[in-house]
Design a protein. Structure first.
Length: 163
C-alpha cells in the first residue's frame, strides 16, 4: 500500500464545523480515530497558528480490511474553539490530552483537562515553536536525587568531581 493510500483524502474544515464534519464521517463508517495531532505554524507566521489534525479510518472488522482513510485539518488559534470528540471515539480522551499537553490547544468543553505526558508542575507546552529550549523546569524529586524506597529512581547517580 502506498503512502498516499495510507494518508488518504485531506479535508480542511473551519473550527465551527469541525465537530459536525467528524460526526458525519463517523456516521459514514469511519469507525477508528487512528491519530490526532497538532502542528504549530508560528515559525511560518501562518494564521491560524495551529492545525489540529484528525486521522480517521474506515475499518471492516469482519474482514480485517482498511476500507479508506481521511485526514481532517482544522486551523485554530490559542482560544478553545474545538469541541471534544470523546463521545464519538473514546480514545480521543487521551489524544486530546496529548494535544493540550504538548501544544496548549484547549477544547471548549473540556475545562478540567489534565496533563498526559508531562508532570503536573511542568510549565508550558514543549512542542510549541515559542517554547524556550533552555527553560529550567521545577524539580520532580528531592535536590539530592535520592527518593526513599524507590530502587528505580535515579539508579545512576551523578558523580561529583573534585571530591
Amino acid at each position: 500500500m502506498s503512502a498516499d493510500a495510507i494518508r488518504g483524502e485531506r479535508r480542511d474544515v473551519e473550527p465551527a464545523r469541525c465537530r459536525e464534519e467528524l460526526a458525519a464521517l463517523k456516521a459514514d463508517g469511519y469507525n477508528v480515530l487512528v491519530d490526532m495531532t497538532c502542528v504549530d505554524h508560528r515559525a511560518r507566521g501562518r494564521q491560524p497558528r495551529f492545525d489540529v489534525i484528525y486521522r480517521l479510518m474506515k475499518f471492516d472488522a469482519a474482514e480485517g480490511r482498511d476500507l479508506g482513510r481521511v485526514e481532517v485539518h482544522c486551523g485554530v488559534d490559542e482560544a478553545p474553539v474545538l469541541r471534544s470528540v470523546m463521545d464519538l471515539w473514546p480514545i480521543a480522551d487521551w489524544l486530546e490530552r496529548e494535544v493540550w499537553d504538548m501544544f496548549g490547544v484547549r477544547f471548549a468543553d473540556r475545562p478540567d483537562i489534565k496533563r498526559l505526558l508531562m508532570y503536573e508542575t511542568f510549565e508550558g507546552h514543549p512542542l510549541r515553536k515559542d517554547y524556550p529550549i533552555a527553560k529550567r523546569q521545577p524539580l520532580i524529586g528531592p535536590m539530592d536525587g535520592n527518593k526513599p524506597n524507590s530502587p528505580s529512581f535515579n539508579i545512576l547517580k551523578p558523580t561529583v568531581t573534585g571530591e
